[in-house]
Design a binder for this molecule. Structure first.
Ligand SMILES: C[S@@+](CC[C@H](N)C(=O)[O-])C[C@H]1O[C@@H](n2cnc3c(N)ncnc32)[C@H](O)[C@@H]1O
Length: 246
């Protein structure tokens, strides 16, 4: 579904504009693997849809969500498929949503929207800046896909977690394979970096941790099935079986 903000962006205000439906045929198939065109520092890595679906199986969000670093829309699409309205913006135009919107320079949430889901750039303190800025904008709910090592760091503890801790951290039990934006397809499973969903809710205190089983990854699930394993889809947590307090 496509939405338009009630108030169009004002010049220089950094106000995000509405998501666009991806043009037919856009997305992963457009660029060949050998054409590695993403400039260094851009940090365009794609999130496999199952990783976003795993979040949505565990967390409910307000009806309208801002994907504020949307890349080519691969994270926005599962949100749309789940019935959310999505505003999709990115610093760059990658064939989806609205490009040229520096999230860190925005001064307000899109009209009618008070939740944010994204996989932000990580380098140069930008992941922390994204979390701080999302909360400073007054978002009611924020979910960021981050390296698990985001939990550590003295400065981050003082400036972010001590001020506003995440309400839940959903650790992926297996590795989430991130793949470069200009790669044609995901490079199978695996990867060197553990990831987790960090979720903030306004005014929430205390952090819970839960795990997203490796079988949430359909490739792993299929492999286990071929080997006769006992993989099963991830169960959705209800209010009564929330993960324990950290
Ligand atoms: C790790 S990629 C994630 C893309 C997409 N969310 C996904 O999950 O596949 C990070 C994205 O952040 C964008 N980006 C970097 N700095 C940004 C900024 N200041 N404001 C908005 N987007 C930014 C990059 O262009 C890139 O597309």
């Amino acid at each position: 579904m496509k939405i338009s903000p009630a108030h169009p962006p004002r010049e220089g205000e950094g106000q995000p504009a509405a998501a666009q439906k991806p043009p037919p045929g856009s997305g992963g198939g457009r660029l060949k693997r050998e054409r590695r065109t993403a400039p260094p520092g851009d940090e365009w890595f794609r999130t496999q849809p199952w990783a976003t679906q795993a979040l949505l199986e565990r967390e409910a969000f307000p009806a309208m969500i801002w994907e504020c670093a949307c890349g080519d829309g691969i994270m926005a699409r599962p949100l749309l498929d789940a019935g959310y309205e999505v505003i999709a913006t990115d610093l760059r135009q990658r064939g989806y949503g609205v490009g040229g919107v520096d999230f860190l320079a925005t001064s307000r949430l899109p009209s009618g929207c008070d939740s944010i889901i994204t996989n932000p750039p990580y380098g140069a303190g930008r992941a922390t800046a994204f979390a701080q800025h999302a909360l400073a904008l007054g978002a009611r709910k924020v979910a960021l896909l981050l390296r698990t090592s985001f939990l550590e760091g003295d400065q981050r503890e003082r400036l972010l977690f001590a001020v506003q801790p995440p309400c839940r951290v959903w650790q992926f039990a297996g590795r989430v394979t991130m793949w470069r934006g200009d790669d044609l397809a995901p490079r199978d499973t695996g990867g060197a970096t553990p990831f987790a969903w960090f979720v903030w809710e306004r005014h929430h205190r205390g952090t819970q941790v839960g795990w997203i089983p490796q079988s949430a990854d359909p490739v792993v699930l299929a492999r286990k099935g071929r080997r006769g394993g006992h993989a099963s889809p991830p169960p959705a947590l209800s209010g009564s079986d929330q993960p324990p307090l950290l």
